[in-house]
Design a protein around this ligand. Structure first.
Ligand code: GLU
Length: 502
């Protein structure tokens, strides 16, 4: 059974890249009847923020991605929050010291900074630690630690001449197979020289905590962003140092902006919060993000979560980077808006309706009207916030437009008054009609009988009812407003036109 995980560090808002990783892990687990684990990698305390942790939970809940094991739900390997597992990492760091696969480093932060500055000044190109403490004898190391001297624990990257089995042909290399990228080979000399595993305050670094937890939590597959590929040789060395078998690695294709650069704020919204505020539906985001770097059926765009869970497979991943296309995502959102019921759309867009001042949050009568009005706008909106934007006239009388607005092309004020008078007689039957087809037949018959163009007949009526020449469908608007309210608007417009004609 597959066990995979999403292991975010709560040091920022959840963004497209992270959610893509989470979603692929989730779908992979679901597709094989496995388990999807959420693990909080919160050991970088200087960048940790509780607000980001909350954002993680809120985002997952909003997207509807549920985890089988992790914070809030628990599981057989709890706790799933790394800051609550410090003793475990310390125990395993001690084991590596014991096995001589790691060593204590007593270099102060000041010394490390000095090396860095000297190398920079000399433009040596060298980076990382100079391995000064690597050869301190066991006894000296133990006694300095016992005397209370501060130390970090560093991994011994196997180098030429070391008793390690990963070296071949005289040169130390680390090899592993990435499920997507194939055979990967890394010279040990090119790996971060003896990275810190345990800091002097007893906190682990990402590398140590990450691989210990993947091992203890019996993770079988690590699906993660390609930016972690360069850390993987180091992880493989760590697994071997413990004598453990590494999980299968699969580094996911990058997500780029249209310009071929890594997706970032310069391209547009990237945090899920921002998409949510802009009026995207979670289903639309899920559908679109599921296709970022993964090909399903040729020519098919829309997939329900259940279909994705069934169809996902690592064999469908693309090596080529995925391009994040904001226009395409907008299209998806429009499609998903059209698939929702009126009640779902009204509920999802309610915060915008209230914010735009259409009605108060607890006004049940207005909400019922708003729900029915979804029918008028669902075909035209691509964002939830656009739904209420077009409907203000249903909740408050719009300001009466200037008389010219009522006058059809190549016509005059007197004609507009005549047309609106004709239109007024149509209000009651339109309000009583049961559908647009019935209302249209009525209006057509009247325009033919009176020898006026259909458009000319409807235009002044539309302006008096909705306050604008372009509006959501007129017949539906009249039906929702009701005969009395609609007639009141027409009368007010007629009075204003007549006054202007004097
Ligand atoms: N904590 C790492 C992150 O923030 C996890 C990377 C991994 O999946 O190994 O993405």
């Amino acid at each position: 059974m597959n066990r995979d995980r999403y292991a975010p560090s709560p040091t920022g808002l959840q963004h497209i890249g992270g959610i893509r990783t989470a979603l692929f892990n989730y779908l992979f687990a679901r597709s094989g009847g496995g388990a999807f684990i959420l693990r909080l990698e919160d050991t970088d305390r200087s960048r940790y923020d509780a607000a980001y942790e909350q954002n993680l939970f809120d985002t997952f809940r909003w997207l509807g991605i549920e985890w089988d094991e992790g914070p809030c739900v628990g599981g057989p390997f709890a706790p799933y929050v790394q800051s609550q597992r410090l003793a475990i990492y310390q125990k395993y760091a001690a084991e590596l010291l014991e096995k001589k696969r790691a060593y204590r480093c007593f270099c102060s932060a000041g010394r490390l900074e000095k090396i860095r500055a000297e190398r920079e000044a000399a433009r040596s190109g060298e980076t990382g630690y100079d391995r000064r403490c690597r050869n301190i004898g066991d006894e000296e190391s133990a006694s300095r630690a016992a005397a209370g001297e501060a130390f970090t624990v560093r991994l011994k990257i196997p180098l030429e001449g070391d008793p390690d089995d990963s070296g071949e042909g005289g040169e130390q290399v680390t090899r592993f197979t990435d499920r997507l990228l194939g055979a990967i080979e890394w010279k040990n000399a090119d790996i971060n020289p003896d990275p810190v595993l345990l800091k002097s305050d007893g906190f682990p670094t990402y590398h140590l905590a990450n691989i210990i937890d993947d091992h203890l939590m019996e993770i079988t597959h690590v699906l993660r962003a390609q930016e972690w590929l360069s850390s993987t040789p180091l992880h493989v060395i760590l697994y071997r140092s413990f004598g453990w078998t590494p999980p299968e690695f699969c580094h996911l294709p990058m997500v780029m902006g249209a310009d071929g650069k890594k997706l970032s704020k310069r391209h547009g919204a990237t945090s899920i919060d921002e998409f949510r505020r802009q009026g995207y539906l979670p289903d639309a985001l899920i559908n679109y993000v599921a296709l970022l770097g993964c090909s399903y059926e040729e020519g098919k765009d829309l997939y329900s979560p259940a279909e994705l869970e069934k169809l996902f497979s690592l064999d469908k991943l693309n090596k080529a980077p995925a391009v994040f296309d904001y226009k395409k995502l907008e299209w998806y959102n429009g499609q998903y808006i059209r698939m929702k019921t009126n009640a779902e759309l009204a509920a999802a867009s309610l915060p915008w309706a209230v914010e735009q001042g259409l009605f108060e949050k607890d006004d049940g009568g207005s909400f019922a009207l708003y729900t029915a009005a979804m029918e008028l706008v669902r075909e035209r909106a691509n964002y939830l916030c656009e739904l209420p934007e077009k409907l203000g006239y249903l909740f408050a009388e719009p300001p009466l437009p200037a008389p010219e607005e009522f006058i059809p092309k190549k016509s005059g004020l007197a004609a507009a008054i005549d047309l609106l008078t004709l239109g007024k007689a149509l209000v009651a039957p339109i309000a009583a009609s049961s559908c647009d087809g019935e209302a249209e037949a009525l209006v057509k018959a009247r325009s033919e009988a009176s020898a006026v163009k259909l458009g000319d007949l409807l235009m002044p009526l539309r302006v008096s009812i909705t306050g604008a020449r372009v509006s959501p469908p007129l017949f539906g608007s009249i039906r929702l407003l009701g005969e009395d309210a609609a007639l009141k608007r027409v009368d007010a417009a007629l009075a204003a036109l007549k006054k202007a004609a004097l």
